[in-house]
Design a protein around this ligand. Sequence first.
Ligand SMILES: Nc1ncnc2c1ncn2[C@@H]1O[C@H](COP(=O)(O)OP(=O)(O)O)[C@@H](O)[C@H]1O
Ligand SMILES: [Mg+2]
Length: 409
Amino acid sequence: MTSSLRDIGYDFFSAVADLVDNSIAAGATTIDVVVEFDGPDSFVLIADDGTGMTQNGLVESLRFGSRRSYEVGELGRYGLGLKTASLSQCRSVTVCTRRAATVKRISTRTLDLDVIIDFDDWLIIDPGRTRAVTEAQRWLNEAPGTVVVWSKLDRVLPDRRPEGGWARRRFESLAVKTAAHLSMVFHRFLAGTAQGERVVMTVNGEKLQPWDPFAPQEQHTVELAPLSFEVEADDHVGTVRLRRFVLPPREKFSMQEEFDRLSGPLKWNRQQGLYVYRADRLVQWGGWAGVRSIDEHTKLARVALDFNTDLDAAFHINVAKMRVNLPTGIRQMLERPLHEVCLRANDTYRRNSRREAPVVAPPAELAPLPTVGLALRSAAAQSGDYAAFKRIVARLKETAPEVAESLNF
Ligand SMILES: Nc1ncnc2c1ncn2[C@@H]1O[C@H](COP(=O)(O)OP(=O)(O)O)[C@@H](O)[C@H]1O
Ligand SMILES: [Mg+2]
C-alpha cells in the first residue's frame, strides 16, 4: 500500500509545495528549501522555523491519515501530505524537529520504504547519524522548527549514472523551476497579503520574490467589478470571491522585462484563466476550468477565485492540491462574469494588435497588362528562345484564356 501511494499525482514541485504548506500551517515565517546534487546521495531539504513537534507528534505526523482536527483556513487536510508528497519523490523521508528555543533536544524519525519492505511492517526508525540528519540538525541547532529531508531520490535521479552530468543538470533545473513554482503558489504569503505573517522563502539560498499573476504594480492593469457568490457545502454556506483582471498588452507594460516575467511558468497563453486560491494558497492556475477554452485573443484575462477551507467539500480538492473540481453550480454562475472579462481582454488584445500590424505600403504603380504582354514577348525574342515562348503562350490560351487575352497574346 505504501508503494502504491507514491503515485497519487504529485510532481516534484507540488510535492515540495505540500511540505511548505505544513511549514506555514506550523506558523513558520522563514522556509528554506535546498535541492542539493551529490550523485546517489543527493537530497532535498525543507527547513522551517515553525512550532516544531513533540516526540509523539513527530511519530504521529509520519502515520498515514495522522489524526487531528483543522481550523478553518488551515492548509492541511487529509493527514497524508507529508508522507505521500515525500514518497512520491524519494524512498526515505527523515523529519527532525525541535519544539522551542528553551528545548535543546532535536527529535528525529525516518520513514524508509526499504525498511518497510524488508520487515514487512510499518516501522518508523531512528536513522542514527546519516548525512541527512547532520544537515538537518545543523539547521535546528540555530533555531527551533522542523526540517524534512528527502533522500534516496529514486524518482528524481536516473537509474543509470546518478552521479553523471545529466543528473546534475536535472537537479539544477529542478531548483530553478521549484523557485518559480513556489513564487507563484505562495505569492500572497511572500507578499504579506495572505492571512497571518509575511513568509520569507529561499531556494538554494536565493530569496523568492512573489509572482502575482495580476500584475497589480502595472498602471494599465484593469480590474472589473469584484463579485462574490454564496455556495453551499455540507449544510454550510460559504463565500466564493471573484476578482477579474485584464493585464496590459506588451506595449502598455512599464518594462519589457516585466511583461516577460508576468508571462509566468506556462507562458501567456496557458497562464490565462482562473487562479483558484484555497485559504490564500494557489491550488489551480491557468485555463478556464471547463467554462471556456484557452484562446490567444483572451490571453490577457486572469481571474482570481477565492474560497476558504470550509468549502473544501464543494470543491473536491485532490490530495496533491493541484486540482479542484468546480461544482456545477459555481461553473454556471461563473459563465457570464468570465465571458465579460474575456470580451474586455479580447478588445484590448485586438486594439493593440491592430496598432502593432505592419503598415502596408500602398501598391506601386503597375504597368497595364498589354504592356506587360508586349515586354514578355520582346524579352522572349531577345532570349533566342522564342519558340519556347510561343509554346507557353499556346498553352496559356488553353489553360487560362482570360489571362492570355488581357496580356494581349
Ligand atoms: N513542518 C511541520 N511543522 C510542524 N508540524 C508538522 C510539520 N509537518 C507536518 N506536521 C504535522 O504532521 C501532521 C501531518 O502532516 P501531513 O501528512 O502533511 O497532513 P496534513 O497537513 O494534511 O495534516 C500535520 O497535521 C502536523 O501536525
Ligand atoms: Mg500537509
